[in-house]
Design a protein around this ligand. Structure first.
Ligand code: LLP
Length: 397
């Protein structure tokens, strides 16, 4: 999904380039689709705000009945200012400081600890009567090895063998471990690894005497390349539901089932609009230089991620194979490598799709270049700036 040519041109005239643009209708549609996938009571959806922490995005998801999954005090406060109550926010930070744990607890937000060291610290600080525990289910999956967060190489969670020790640390400190949490990785397009992790989790969850919730994390993938298939949300829902039903029957009570997707609801709602600033042929390549780059969308450079790109200004021009390069002084600053595009010319507007998740959220001010503005297109087609463009003065302050 990307915005069309006329809308893009009007937005750039009004707000400048480059520009992050979000479509509320797409965000709502994806959020609803996930919620519909599991048609039973006791399921709660928390948006992983790390994918996009813009307060106005969070507000739309709040209207759609979602909570927020935060991993920092910053994300907790973003959710609070977007109107979420403490009970609508989950927190699971890793390698965090005592100060952060204190601040999260002071906000009244429930904490899931990342492993035994953090559990011991929460206990020593006397911060909370109940905590969740993140488990590494020894199953990992994801679109790139950087984003596989379960399995033997992951830094996250406690090992299942540590569960008894965790329970005894908690008991000694008068804390109740009321839930288990996991996240096996990101950008998962097949339901199989997901379901395998659900099964492992449910096996261990039975060992918790005071289990109130199980949080399966996020990871629902979105297709970026045309040949990729979407995550089969309905098949997933159909496969998970009987597992949850059977678990509740076994333990004889209702459990709260939580999911924390970040990418799925927001990814396809976002487009990064950029403007061509130079077209240069070298001995090997045709470089299309744009007024953005890895500072605004780092995913291609960091993960070799492929984002759809459209030349909105001349969609019907004869094509060339090009490298879309940014303004950053690194050769790795490529938004697309050897991509066939209607041959761009200076001044053309390119739309980079699937930029709503981990786009602005991972943007930096590298090379002292300000970050773009963000604009929301509301359900009625009206547009509004939801984050002003950063200025150089902001960076020098
Ligand atoms: N819950 C936890 C504990 C997580 O660590 C993550 C993502 C999520 C939920 C949400 O995962 P999602 O549904 O978005 O896959 N920057 C990378 C993705 C890193 C995700 C890290 N954790 C990218 O651009 O692909």
């Amino acid at each position: 999904m990307t915005v069309g040519r006329d809308v893009a041109q009007a937005l750039i005239s009004a707000h400048g380039s480059p520009l992050y643009v979000y479509e509320a209708a797409v965000l709502r549609a994806r959020a609803r689709r996930l919620r519909r996938s599991i048609g039973r009571d006791g399921v709660r959806w928390f948006f992983a705000a790390k994918a996009n922490g813009n307060r106005e995005i969070l507000k739309v998801l709040r209207e759609e009945g979602w909570g927020v999954d935060a991993v920092s005090i910053g994300e907790v406060l973003a959710a609070r200012t977007a109107g979420f109550t403490p009970a609508e926010i989950t927190y699971n930070g890793n390698n965090v400081t005592d100060d952060e744990l204190r601040a999260v607890a002071a906000e009244g937000v429930h904490i899931s600890v990342d492993g035994l060291p953090q559990l011991r610290r929460v206990a020593a600080l006397g911060l909370a009567p109940t905590v969740g525990l993140r488990l590494n289910p020894d199953v990992g999956a994801g679109h790139h090895h950087h984003v596989i967060t379960g399995g033997p190489d992951a830094k996250f969670g406690a090992a299942p063998e540590e569960l008894d020790e965790a329970l005894s640390i908690a008991r000694d400190a008068g804390i109740v471990i009321d839930g288990l949490q996991q996240h096996i990785g990101s950008g998962i397009l097949d339901t199989d690894p997901w379901l395998a992790a659900v099964d492992v989790m449910l096996r261990h969850a039975e060992r918790l005497p005071d289990l109130a919730f199980v949080d399966f994390g996020g990871g629902f993938g979105v297709p970026y390349r045309p040949e990729e298939h979407p995550f089969d949300v309905d098949a997933f829902g159909a496969a998970v539901t009987p597992r949850l039903d059977a678990f509740e029957k076994r333990v004889g009570r209702a459990i709260e089932w939580r999911f924390e997707p970040g990418r799925y609801p927001v990814c396809e709602s976002g487009t990064l609009l950029v403007t061509v600033t130079a077209v240069k042929r070298t001995s090997r390549h045709l470089f299309v230089g744009v007024d953005s780059g890895m500072n605004h969308l780092i995913r291609p450079a960091l993960y070799d991620a492929w984002h759809p790109i459209f030349n909105l200004s001349r969609p019907d021009a004869p094509t060339s194979v090009v490298r879309v390069a940014g303004q950053i002084c690194e050769s790795g600053d490529l938004l697309a490598v050897d991509r066939e595009l209607p041959t761009p010319q200076e001044g053309d507007i390119l739309a980079i799709g699937n930029a709503g998740a981990y786009g602005f959220a991972m943007a930096s001010t590298y090379n002292l270049r300000p970050r773009p503005a963000e604009v929301m297109i509301d359900d009625d087609g009206a547009t509004r700036v939801i984050r002003r463009r950063e200025t150089i003065a902001d960076l020098l302050g």
